[in-house]
Design a binder for this molecule. Structure first.
Ligand SMILES: Nc1ncnc2c1ncn2[C@@H]1O[C@H](COP(=O)(O)OP(=O)(O)O)[C@@H](O)[C@H]1O
Ligand SMILES: [Mg+2]
Length: 449
């Protein structure tokens, strides 16, 4: 396009100087170009804006969805918390949470019922407040040891402890502990069950058993009186014989002092034995409280055999002992277990009394450890055994097949053994004899009762 032809086509341009027109044309062209460029830029911006608006709408929708999901899980959490809270406060067991320093973080309503403190009174205070002073001293160390070494016997197990009530008295509890972590901080939750009622019941049972044992001891006394009289008679007869010999020796012209001293020593021994038998009887009747000590059962068996030694010799009974040498001591009332053993020995000896003269009589006693938790004592004889019709009756009170029997020995023995958390049973082969078995918890086991 030339400047001449263009100038004639634009109205008003004809009266302008050609240089001016050219200048105006140039300006116009520049303005047109920049208009085009601006339009293009506006187009690009509009496209970008539309894109961003779409993106924003999408993320807005995603955000709305997230907020809704968050609201939902918040609602679920609130429901869960309400549910847990109602369990927490309705629980019969006290639930206390403490932090690593032993400070109470939460306590439920049952804690007030058990220990008298409200949650407000406990939160922020040391758990030692609820412990007897001697335990409180050690408690901080227990927690520290556990955190440092991760080792505790109590986590996950139930333990019997004493807690201190707000009123100052102690409350027996079963305590179980669990731990948990929040944001790297360790917490402990203790679940406390008040065992006061159970303890009272146990105490009542114990007192009842002790009373029963006392009453039965009195009954046993009657039964044993004839046996004891018989036993005391033995040393007395011996004393009479020895003193007669001594008197005869004194009458002799030449006094054999050595012989006399020997006989007097034997007399002395027999007198002591008679005294021991009577003491034993007296202790047995008097002892109202069943004091328990650690007892070596094998030794107790040997002592009892010593008390029946005369009868064993008199009836020509062959005694077999098979006593385990790995028996742990048992925690028992020595007098009571001795009475049970004596009763079984006496029954066995009495059972063999009527065997034919030439029939060999055997009494076998064994002890053994039954799986480390119980010890077993067996007393076996080869007497007539127990007739099938009698089997169910022999342990019942006042059942006897003996002319002078009282029928209390076995029933009392069973009560005494059961008071020790043991058992008394028997096996019998009519015509060939019978064996009575006692089981008693070993020391470690007895600690658990
Ligand atoms: N070793 C035994 N052999 C046979 N019978 C036995 C034996 N031990 C107990 N008995 C039977 O059990 C009964 C009850 O025994 P026990 O209660 O000790 O009372 P008692 O000895 O006064 O009769 C005895 O009368 C006897 O019939
Ligand atoms: Mg008897």
């Amino acid at each position: 396009m030339t400047s001449e032809s263009n100038s004639s086509a634009v109205p008003g341009f004809c009266d302008k100087a050609p240089a001016e027109v050219a200048e105006l044309r140039k300006c116009l062209s520049i303005a047109q170009q920049s208009l085009l460029a601006s339009e293009e830029r506006i187009g690009t911006l509009e496209r970008r804006l539309a894109e961003q608006t779409r993106e924003l709408t999408e993320s807005n929708q995603a955000l709305r969805r997230n907020i809704a999901a968050l609201e939902e899980s918040k609602q679920r959490l609130r429901e869960r918390e309400a549910k847990l809270n109602s369990i927490f406060n309705a629980a019969v067991e006290g639930i206390i949470t403490i932090d690593r320093n032993g400070c109470v973080v939460t306590a439920n309503a049952a804690v007030k019922a058990i220990l008298g403190y409200t949650e407000e009174e406990l939160v922020g205070r040391s758990i030692n407040l609820l412990m007897p002073p001697e335990q409180a001293v050690q408690h901080g160390r227990y927690i520290k040891d556990y955190i440092d070494h991760g080792h505790s016997k109590i986590i996950g197990s139930i333990r019997e402890v004493e807690a201190r009530h707000k009123g100052g008295w102690s409350v027996p509890l079963d305590l179980s502990l669990a731990e948990f972590c929040i944001d790297g901080e360790i917490y402990f939750t203790g679940i406390l069950r008040d065992t006061t009622q159970r303890k009272l019941q146990e105490q009542e049972n114990r007192e009842h058993l002790e009373e029963l044992a006392h009453v039965t001891r009195l009954g046993l006394m009657g039964e044993m009186a004839s046996g004891i009289a018989h036993e005391v008679n033995q040393p007395l007869t011996a004393i009479v014989a020895y003193t007669e010999v001594s008197l005869n020796l004194l009458k002799m012209s030449q006094l054999d002092t050595e012989k006399l001293a020997g006989i007097l020593a034997k007399t002395h021994q027999q007198a002591l034995r008679a005294g021991q038998i009577i003491h034993r009887m007296r202790d047995f009747i008097r002892s109202k409280t069943a004091t328990r000590t650690l007892v070596c059962i094998n030794q107790l068996i040997r002592d009892c055999i010593g008390l029946c030694a005369d009868d064993i010799k008199l009836q020509d009974i062959k005694l077999g002992l098979d006593l385990a040498d790995d028996l742990p001591p048992v925690y028992v009332n020595e007098v009571q277990i001795e009475q049970v053993l004596l009763n079984l020995l006496r029954n066995a000896i009495e059972a063999m009394k009527d065997l034919a003269h030439d029939h060999p009589r055997r009494l076998a006693i064994h002890t053994r450890l039954d799986g480390r938790r119980f010890i077993e004592i067996g007393v076996e004889d080869n007497g007539p055994g127990i007739a099938t019709a009698e089997l169910a009756k022999i342990m019942t009170p006042f059942h006897t097949t003996k002319k002078n029997g009282m029928g209390m020995g076995l029933s009392i023995s069973r009560s005494l053994i059961e008071a020790h958390h043991g058992t008394l049973r028997f096996t019998s082969l009519p015509g060939s004899g019978c064996t009575f078995y006692i089981t008693l918890p070993s020391k470690e086991q007895a600690n658990g009762f």
